[in-house]
Design a protein around this ligand. Structure first.
Ligand code: MLT
Length: 273
């Protein structure tokens, strides 16, 4: 469905009933990357998968974006849907936005899932690559992001063995508005350093890495998890970057176990002594 958020038409898939779980997608993708999680988790939870501004079906911004603005859109969406508090999950770019949200409004979130993401900002080389990507997106369209990202998203074994998954991924990436991806590239290039945020995160946190992820390698993610008080850390074997789509069963199992534990803890907390 479409909602009016910060003056823009904003797409969100909203399915299931129960405690709300908001899942934020990566680059250059949209809510469809969460298809398997939506199917599985919405049997027990209200699952919300928005499209960031300029990606998927949400309006393309006409002024520059920052990760803080993507985060403000999520807060405005929560207000629009009257969701006071939710579990927040972010994959890669979605993880950067999730960290921006934990900085902006930690009181709106009761638990956090960070998948295949990292807290450090880009270095000079990384920024340069993003600028080159922005130029290629203007010249070649969304295919520029697809060609650059595909080999980094899944393992070579998956590329060979799961043609349907690859076709689906291509279809999603090819449908992205190139200008929206330019905004996202530039916003990521100038994102804030979130390392200082990590020790201040006070909600239960699950950190998920992919064994062969070169974008957010397991050692980087382990060090991130070590800095978040009490965070749980798991590595999904034989997976690259896009763990929710490449290994959906393993991913969903970790998330379901985490959500169950979090809800049991909050029942303990609320039950009369
Ligand atoms: C993503 O999957 O969202 C991107 O790999 C994030 C990034 O390029 O830093």
């Amino acid at each position: 469905m479409k909602k009016h958020v910060n003056g823009n038409e904003y797409f969100v898939q909203d399915q299931g009933q129960g405690a709300p779980v908001i899942l934020l997608h990566g680059f250059p993708l949209d809510h469809r990357m969460w298809h398997s999680q939506m199917e599985t988790l919405s049997a027990q939870y209200r699952v919300l998968t928005p499209d960031f501004r300029g990606m998927g079906q949400s309006d393309v911004p006409v002024t520059p974006m920052s990760l803080t603005q993507y985060a403000q859109d999520i807060l405005a969406l929560m207000d629009e849907l009257r969701i006071e508090k939710a579990t927040l999950g972010g994959f890669s770019m979605g993880g950067y936005v999730a960290m921006a949200l934990m900085r902006l409004a930690p009181e709106r979130f009761s638990a956090l899932i960070l998948a295949n993401t990292r807290p450090e900002p880009d270095g000079q080389e990384g920024r340069k690559n993003r600028m080159n990507m922005a130029v290629s997106l203007y010249e070649k369209g969304a295919a520029a992001a697809r060609d650059a990202m595909m080999p980094k998203l899944v393992t070579t074994a998956t590329i060979q063995e799961q043609p349907q998954l690859i076709d689906n991924l291509k279809m999603i990436m090819d449908s992205m508005p190139p200008e929206g991806l330019v905004h996202a590239s530039i916003a990521m290039a100038f994102r804030a350093d979130s390392v200082d945020l990590l020790p201040t995160i006070s909600v239960p946190t699950l950190v998920i890495a992919g064994e062969q992820d070169a974008i957010a390698p397991p050692d980087v993610m382990k060090s991130m998890a070590d800095q978040i008080p009490g965070a749980k850390f798991h590595v999904i074997p034989s997976a690259s970057h896009l763990t929710p789509m490449e290994k959906p069963e393993a991913f969903n199992e970790l998330v379901l176990a985490f959500l169950k534990e979090v809800s049991l803890k909050s029942m303990d907390y609320h039950s009369p002594s």
